[in-house]
Design a protein around this ligand. Sequence first.
Ligand code: SF4
Ligand code: SF4
Length: 87
Amino acid sequence: MTTKHHPLPVIDTQRCTGCGICVAGCPTKTIALHNERAVIAHPDACTFCELCEINCPEQAIGRPFRVVFATGTDTTKPAHDSDETTH
Ligand code: SF4
Ligand code: SF4
């Protein structure tokens, strides 16, 4: 039994080309290739580091709880972070 609880990257198998970049770049070897598609082979190993999402040229892998703002800035912090609109 594990007490670890965090979301895992989600892989869009329609977009994934099986290039293996995410596999090579994952520091914890969470991802593997299976039938020429990326799969989460070791979910407990994932540290949610974001590298796979950054490295994928097809935007085929991403972390499900991430909120993407139009500016493309990091969004791991709360959305109410000093939101000043001066103009
Ligand atoms: S980097 Fe993207 S396209 Fe390449 S294997 Fe991983 S998920 Fe698929
Ligand atoms: S978020 Fe990091 S640890 Fe998890 S699968 Fe992607 S690259 Fe590997």
